[in-house]
Design a protein around this ligand. Structure first.
Ligand SMILES: Nc1ncnc2c1ncn2[C@@H]1O[C@H](COP(=O)(O)OP(=O)(O)OP(=O)(O)O)[C@@H](O)[C@H]1O
Length: 574
């Protein structure tokens, strides 16, 4: 929590203003009962009307000062807390954007979302409260005690008797409530996960008529969150009544003993009334403090979760400074082995090959054989366990990730588009591309045909995730997005799978010219897509079990022949 509070540094002057204002407000509140006692004892009892007017005027002035201070304190404390929240969200988001995919896998996207939103809001709320209470509660407590003792020291013994009772009650409640707060945030993560999966997977859920089951899953997560929240609130619900009980009993005791003292002539009526108000203030200060004891640990749980993200170091540093321009367009894997975090078996082992400009290197293999893993290592989404990957003749760890990625045109397995127009999405690859460059990229990607037919053409809006386009259309746009960069290295991760055979063939023909001076790494499921590749790498369970041209592999490689035979007829192969 303290670490998080250090982020309040830019708002130190605002915080100081809050401190001063709250101090002023508390002082005004402490002063009022004394003025009231004065009015009663010297004005009302003696029937001195001008005195009542005069002191009444003072009371109004003091109240007004207190009110103005309270309003400004509230304004500035909100300003500081909101600013802190905004800065924290920015900081977390910026930090997360440096993560490799390994950290994303580790924390989980749903939890990262809760941590950047709900957890930060929790901290924000507590900071508002703390800014005001941390100062006012001690002032009211100490000031209240001093004033009460000054009014009647003997009667103050009642307060000393009440305090331990209140303290024990608060401690007991906190002991049961605290562990539950952590659970609430954890379950909120769980609920977010289910909601996210349900909303993004709505088509599949409906197609498989899984709505009732999914509804049940959501209800379960929702119920679990509600249950633990209710449990927390049940415990916390005791807090207020218990405190009110202790407070009222104390007031009753004060009136009882105060009455006796007034009877004996040891105390004045106005002083007793002021005394009661001071007792109330002391008790309220304790209530405020106990609320803080409740809220602060709760926010501390959130602060811990935020810190966990902020302290998480990216699995590898992005500190390379080399320029990736030693051997333009080459891609080299040298004895590369890779494990996913926590996996016992390597996802890739001892992969070596070299690809040169103008060449197409294809990767083929069964599902789960490691094809996507291999291409994901090139833009350094993950780091290799051993071995070296070189892009343009430079070890990708020696250059910055930005430098390496600027040389790559990456088309992922699952097309991801962003809200905006078709043009925005293609220009995502190169922001300053001209209209001509964009149209050229679209035409190579075989996207012109459908863009021309869409109402609005390049200016047509794409909905969230590209939901108003077909799978093949999305794929062609993500290909155009990569082509527009004119990179040294193209990576196509199974990027032609949603295209029909005719478009697939046309696109590959157009690509051949376009990529004449670049290296192409291509993952494919279809043998027909890879037949004219210069080099086909056959993967099985993360190992290279063959490398060569289509003809060479047909003759010499059993795994490849099996894949080919399962897709092409004997005549086509011959
Ligand atoms: N993020 C991840 N964390 C842990 N293991 C993973 C992760 N991604 C993939 N794997 C595992 O690595 C292996 C290779 O997966 P990969 O996605 O590279 O296969 P693929 O050949 O591309 O398959 P497909 O053709 O089905 O896309 C699989 O066993 C998979 O379970």
């Amino acid at each position: 929590m303290i670490k998080i509070l250090k982020n309040l540094n830019p708002y130190k002057w605002v915080v100081l203003a809050v401190v001063l204002l709250v101090f002023g407000q508390s002082m005004a509140e402490l002063f009022l009962p004394t003025l009231m006692a004065d009015i009663i004892d010297n004005g009302v009892v003696k029937g001195d009307i001008p005195y009542i007017w005069r002191i009444g005027g003072w009371m109004l002035l003091v109240s007004a000062i207190g009110a103005v201070a309270a309003v400004f304190a509230s304004f500035y404390s909100s300003q500081a807390a909101m600013g802190l929240g905004r800065d924290l969200r920015q900081k977390v988001f910026k930090h997360v954007s440096q993560f490799s995919l390994q950290e994303f896998d580790e924390v989980g996207t749903a939890s990262l979302i809760t941590r950047t939103t709900n957890d930060i809001t929790q901290v924000q709320q507590v900071v508002i409260m703390m800014l005001r209470m941390v100062i006012s509660a001690p002032i009211m407590l100490v000031g209240g005690v001093i004033m009460a003792v000054s009014k009647d020291a003997q009667l103050s013994l009642v307060i000393i008797g009440a305090m331990p009772v209140l303290a024990i009650a608060i401690l007991l409640i906190l002991k049961y409530g605290m562990p539950l707060f952590q659970e609430v945030q954890k379950r909120l993560d769980g609920l977010n996960l289910v909601v996210r999966e349900n909303l993004t997977g709505i088509r599949v859920i409906r197609a498989f008529n899984r709505e009732p089951e999914e509804k049940e899953r959501l209800q379960k997560a929702n119920r679990e969150l509600a249950d633990v929240s209710i449990k927390v609130n049940k415990v916390m619900a005791f807090l207020m009544p218990v405190m009110m009980l202790v407070m009222n009993m104390t007031v009753v005791a004060v009136i009882w003993f105060g009455g006796i003292r007034i009877n004996n002539g040891a105390m004045q009526i106005g002083d007793l009334m002021a005394f009661i108000q001071y007792v109330m203030m002391i008790m309220f200060a304790l209530v405020m403090a106990s609320f803080m004891f409740v809220m602060v640990p709760r926010a501390a749980v959130s602060a811990k979760r935020i810190n966990e993200v902020l302290e998480m170091k990216p699995a590898f540093a992005d500190d390379g400074t080399a320029k990736a321009d030693r051997a333009r367009g080459t891609l080299e894997f040298e004895d590369v082995t890779f494990y996913y975090p926590g996996a016992e078996e390597p996802a890739l082992s001892n992969i070596s090959f070299t690809a040169k400009p103008g060449e197409i290197t294809a990767l083929i293999g069964g599902t789960g054989s490691g094809k996507s893993t291999l291409v994901n290592l090139v833009p350094r989404f993950y780091d290799v366990k051993s071995g070296t990957i070189r892009v343009n003749g430079v070890d990708i760890r020696e250059a910055s990730q930005q430098e390496i990625r600027s040389k790559i045109g990456f088309v992922p397995q699952k097309s991801v588009l962003f809200t905006g127009t078709i043009a925005d999405n293609i220009r995502f690859g190169k922001q300053d591309a001209t209209q001509a460059e964009m149209e050229h990229a679209a035409s190579i990607a075989q996207a012109t045909e459908f863009i021309d037919q869409i109402k609005g053409g390049y200016a047509a809006e794409i909905e969230q995730g590209g939901s108003n386009l077909s799978g093949g259309q999305k794929q062609r746009l993500s290909i155009a997005r990569a082509l527009i960069r004119k990179p040294d290295l193209y990576i196509f991760d199974d990027s032609f799978s949603a295209l029909d055979f005719k478009t697939d063939a046309k696109l590959r023909r157009a690509l051949k010219d376009e990529t004449r001076n670049a290296t192409v790494l291509l993952v494919a499921q279809r043998v027909s897509t890879v037949v004219d590749a210069d080099r086909i790498i056959v993967l099985e369970k993360g190992k290279m079990v063959g490398m060569g041209t289509h003809e060479e592999l047909l003759k010499s490689n059993e795994v490849y022949r099996e894949i080919a035979l399962s897709q092409l007829s004997e005549e086509e192969i011959a």
